[in-house]
Design a binder for this molecule. Sequence first.
Ligand code: ASP
Length: 318
Amino acid sequence: MDSSKRPAPPANWRARNLVSIDDFSDSEIAYVLALADYYAPFVKNGARPDQRLAGKTQINLFYESSTRTNLSFELAGKKLGADVINVPVAASSVNKGESVLDTAQTLAAMGAAVMILRHNEPRIHEMLAEHIPCPIINAGDGAREHPTQALLDAAAIRSALGKIEGLVIVICGDIRHSRVAGSDARLFRRLGAEVRFVGPKALAPDDAALAGFPHFDSLKEGLSGADIVMALRMQFERMGEAGKAAAQGYFESFGLTHKTLKFAQPNAFVMHPGPMNRGVEIDGALADDPARSLILRQVFYGVPTRMACLDALLTGGK
Ligand code: ASP
């Protein structure tokens, strides 16, 4: 694949929003991943791509904290020439009780061309997508979906291993409360990988949509033959008492270290969507090992992948 040329868009770009990873068809996913590869050297070298979003207003509306997602969406929009506004939620009329819909309608009336929303209320993204006249991109909703994280993880894996098809990808830890797990697992499977979950039973998925993925409660068994092992953060903020009890002693049974990574393929890589709890789900020495860790590569791919999503959704690639 020659990533120095802008890829051709699918014949008819259809997706209007990116609320779920399933909003993109296979050809739309292939196009967005190719476009992320095309934009990656611009990000790496600080070069200026075509200002395809010049004159468009991008609103980042984050009701939950974020470092990587918020900043990389901001950078992505700016690199493509958009006017990017970060809504200071804590200092806005939200704290006077304004509803999300009223806030979003207000921002839309100011001419928003796209809204990037992080909010933990179930189905709020779908509701806004019905009422707001511009595309909505889901930047994380509770424990359900984080579609741009899945796309950037796929882009990072492809850049390291050249493919996803045929890989064994293991997602470890707090699957139940993670929005990354669901979006990643479904995307990796669509791209042809074998996907497994590993972790304590109390943190296994309870979402019916994930019932088809095998779950192992032994790290040794689950990691056998793995090419990629992704650790997830313990989502303490979303856990009940059973989850918190399962998180006790987690590192001893499931923590990823140079030693436990030996259960996987000899050249297996570790990943983590961040923020990491060092010494809880992953050992710091492994996370920092450039020969074994793709974690900073994931962060890097956040920018070109989000450029690709914004470009594709706002221009349909035309
Ligand atoms: N940053 C990711 C998210 O927002 C992962 C995490 O918070 O654990 O879902």
